[in-house]
Ligand binder design. Structure first.
Ligand SMILES: Nc1nc2c(ncn2[C@@H]2O[C@H](COP(=O)(O)OP(=O)(O)OP(=O)(O)O)[C@@H](O)[C@H]2O)c(=O)[nH]1
Ligand SMILES: [Mg+2]
Length: 792
């Protein structure tokens, strides 16, 4: 019976374990192809492969393992580590990328010439044929396939494929055919290939072991040398010997160990549970003591930071996971979600692929998800603390503590609000001055004209062609840091006296610093003097209408700017011209009035628009009755004379006698000039051109230099005057007048009429006291009712 039963003992042939490597340039489609081979639908948003991944599948009696290695330039050197254990190679090229064909050829040659590859079968996959691609022959020629495979004895086949065509049954036939060919070739040469691979692997293991030993010895040697050097240094410094440590800081084997994902997940769960319990506790605390939280309780704050740290550590875990290089566990995406990869595809490039992935891991989802610790309200300062701070500030600025005692005082409220920003022209608080000038004694001025503001106003006035009824703001009580600070150094008596008359008093040097002053009266520095001279020489385009040269008795030269634009009758409105005509300033101006009547440009009109101070009644039209009054104080007389000098044109470059002689002539000329100005087409008499006239005028001026000439001997004005002093006075008035130029409308409207003025304060009080070191100017919109507010 037993013989009857035949047992068919089928010899079980073990499946061949075939290892393959899929290589090629980056972006060729290696990972996509390996996914297709695995039967997975390829991710259209694949990130470049960093390192490698292996794909395992079974195909007709063999278990195939495919090493998908990154094709980036920096990753290519690691390929050689896999060549020993592979039986065959798949070389992928991008058939659509002709520009990289040469690079692909070089890589192909280098790969096949590797001793571990030579003689092994190679399948060449020209990928992406679904797009516009190179012809097969082109690729064969371009890659120099024939020569390379022949010289390296590599059986080879090339297939034109599209990895994206489909998966499984839908997979591109060319791919499956190519793979079958490769596997068959391997099987055919199995007898030779298998021992070769085993041998190569053993040899490689030996080499690697040797290398490891060498590295170990090298590191040990380096460490010993370092320790020796340290020991020597210790002995040199007399420090105790370092305790011996058995700890080996040398990492044996692969420093990149595969992470235990199960362990990590456990840790993650633990952290989550911890966070959950913390949150719970926090909520309980919140309910119990909401106030503490709203006040920014430090405990709570620390806790909330803790919780954010927990989150961070969780996120860090993600990052670690995403950079997992384990061949077994790592995914091609390296732990990144499609969300992360979205950003990564665009700048795809082999050379930087590692960096990009790192950046992605760090700045992708992980970072976005990570919340910053919540902003918390700072604890309110107690009023006590505030008070102490305030006091400290006062001490810092050397201010009397009582100056800020009145917290209800609006002026001082900035101390409480902590507002110390300086915005010129916006604040009138004294505190800001302290802030800008710490350790200054507190200026007593509470009302000072903001010159920058006036400057603006002046600008707008000078840009106006008409003298409207626009007035400077009554509330010109701004602080100007310079003025305020400097004003603390004022001669208080003089300042007070003048302020009651409606004049501001500034130290002369201060006034020169003042931008407005600088615009009106400029000290000539050598370069600007040169320019001035040049202008005179060249005339024409650089010629300035408003440039006048004046000098005082010390020989100091100044350039005086006078914006005559507004005074140009052509630019004045009719009503203003009439206004000017109606108000002659003195009898001496009558000639000019005639000129004006002709539509001319008269000296008196300049005077009327620029003279900013109250004039003595003696020179008033209807003041003849007062001529016989008791003579005023000497100073007033001098000032009056200075006025007269001014008005007679002395400061415009004429000696008094010249003025007397030529005033009417000049006026006539001016009027004719103005008329001719309208003649745009050169019908103007050459001599009468404004340039010619100005040239002439300046040369006259330069020859006379404002010095009293012989001609002045018969001048009634010259006879009566202490000439140099008067020039000085007049210069002051000149600046005064020019300063006020822009405010002419305001002046006309607000300066009391002579009679009113005189009636109010009397002759003795109407003029400001002038001293050499001070500049005096009319306060804008001065109102006597406010006189008491102005404290110097
Ligand atoms: N049109 C088309 N695109 C493809 C094909 N195969 C791959 N791609 C695309 O080509 C790009 C690169 O694919 P990968 O598979 O990542 O290329 P790789 O060779 O692995 O690149 P590295 O990992 O950087 O070496 C991806 O956007 C793929 O979607 C194909 O057959 N046709
Ligand atoms: Mg890849």
């Amino acid at each position: 019976m037993g013989n009857c039963v035949s047992v068919n003992k089928k010899k079980v042939v073990p499946k061949k374990q075939i290892t393959l490597a899929i290589v090629g340039l980056d972006n060729a489609g290696k990972t996509t192809l390996s996914s297709v081979l695995l039967g997975e639908k390829p991710d259209p948003d694949l990130a470049p492969t960093v390192g490698f991944r292996n794909v395992k599948f079974t195909n007709s009696n063999c278990n195939v393992t495919v090493f998908d290695v990154g094709g980036g330039k920096n990753i290519r050197p690691i390929w050689k580590n896999y060549f020993a254990e592979v039986y065959g190679l798949m070389f992928v090229i991008d058939s659509t990328c002709e520009s990289r064909l040469k690079e692909a050829r070089d890589v192909f040659k280098e790969t096949l010439s590797n001793t571990k590859v030579a003689g092994k079968p190679v399948l060449i996959l020209a990928n992406k044929v679904d797009k516009d691609h190179m012809k097969e022959t082109e690729i064969v020629r371009g890659l120099d396939i024939e020569k390379t495979v022949n010289s390296n004895n590599c059986p080879s086949k090339m297939v034109m494929v599209s990895a994206l065509k489909g998966v499984g049954a839908k997979m591109d036939k060319e791919i499956s055919e190519g793979l079958t060919w490769l596997l068959n070739e391997i099987k055919k040469s199995w007898e030779t290939l298998f021992p070769r691979v085993q041998e190569d692997m053993a040899a490689q293991a030996l080499t690697q072991e040797k290398e490891r030993e060498e590295r170990k010895a090298r590191v040990k040697k380096q460490r010993e040398e370092r320790e020796k050097a340290e020991e020597l240094e210790r002995t040199a410094r007399g420090l105790p010997k370092k305790a011996e440590s058995d700890e080996e800081d040398f990492v044996d084997g692969n420093p990149f160990k595969a992470l235990d994902l199960a362990q990590l997940e456990k840790k993650e769960k633990m952290l989550k549970a911890e966070k959950h319990s913390k949150d719970k506790k926090l909520n309980a605390l919140d309910r119990g003591d909401g106030l503490r939280k709203s006040m920014g309780d430090p405990i709570i704050r620390r806790r909330s930071l803790d919780s954010s740290n927990t989150k961070r550590s969780l996120d860090d875990l993600d990052i670690i996971r995403s950079t997992n290089h384990s061949p077994e566990k790592a995914s091609p995406k390296m732990g990144l979600t499609s969300y992360d990869l979205e950003d990564s595809r665009a700048p795809r490039g082999g050379n930087n692929s590692e960096v990009k992935l790192g950046a992605l891991s760090l700045f992708g989802r992980n970072t976005r998800g990570q919340a910053l610790p919540p902003l918390e309200q700072l604890p309110q300062e107690s009023s006590d603390k505030k008070f102490r701070k305030k006091k400290k500030r006062l001490t810092d600025y050397n201010l009397p503590a009582n100056s800020d005692d009145d917290t209800n005082n609006k002026e001082n409220s900035s101390w409480n609000s902590g507002l110390f920003r300086h915005e010129p022209g916006l604040f009138s608080r004294e505190s800001e001055v302290h802030e800008l000038t710490p350790r200054m004694t507190k200026p007593k001025i509470s009302k000072i004209v903001n010159t920058s503001k006036i400057d603006e106003e002046e600008e707008s006035y000078s840009n106006q062609d008409t003298y409207g009824s626009r007035k400077l703001g009554r509330n010109s009580d701004f602080s100007h840091n310079h003025l305020t600070v400097k004003s603390s150094q004022f001669d208080s008596k003089l300042g007070k006296e003048n302020s009651q008359k409606g004049y501001e008093t500034f130290p002369r040097d201060l006034d020169r610093e003042d931008s407005m002053y600088r615009r009106t009266l400029k000290h000539i520095s050598p370069p600007s003097l040169k320019r001035f001279d040049e202008e005179k020489e060249g005339e024409s385009s650089t010629e300035r209408d408003d440039l006048e040269e004046v000098s005082d008795d010390n020989g100091d030269r100044f350039v005086s700017y006078q914006n005559r634009r507004n005074l140009n009758p052509a630019k004045q409105t009719k009503s203003n011209q009439i206004k000017s005509r109606k108000k002659p300033i003195s009898r001496e101006m009558d000639d000019d009035d005639d000129a004006e009547a002709e539509g001319g440009y008269s000296q008196s009109s300049i005077l009327k628009d620029t003279l900013r101070f109250p004039r003595s009644p003696r020179y008033d039209d209807d003041a003849s009755s007062r001529d016989n009054d008791e003579s005023p104080r000497d100073l007033h007389k001098e000032i009056r004379d200075a006025q007269q000098l001014y008005s007679s044109g002395l400061l415009n470059g004429h000696s008094s006698s010249q003025v007397k002689r030529g005033l009417s002539e000049t006026s006539t000329k001016k009027s004719s000039d103005t008329k001719n100005k309208d003649d745009k087409f050169g019908k103007v008499d050459q001599l009468n051109r404004p340039e010619t006239r100005r040239k002439k005028k300046r040369s006259i001026f330069r020859s006379n230099k404002l010095a009293p000439s012989d001609d002045d001997a018969d001048s009634t004005v010259g006879d009566r005057l202490d000439y140099p002093r008067l020039v000085q006075q007049a210069t002051k008035y000149d600046s005064l007048a020019r300063l006020g130029n822009a405010r002419s409308t305001q002046f006309h409207n607000n300066v009391p009429k002579e009679q009113d003025f005189s009636a109010k304060w009397g002759l003795a009080e109407e003029l400001p006291v002038i001293e050499d070191d001070y500049t005096v100017r009319r306060m804008p919109n001065f109102d006597d009712s406010d006189a008491d507010d102005i404290v110097f």
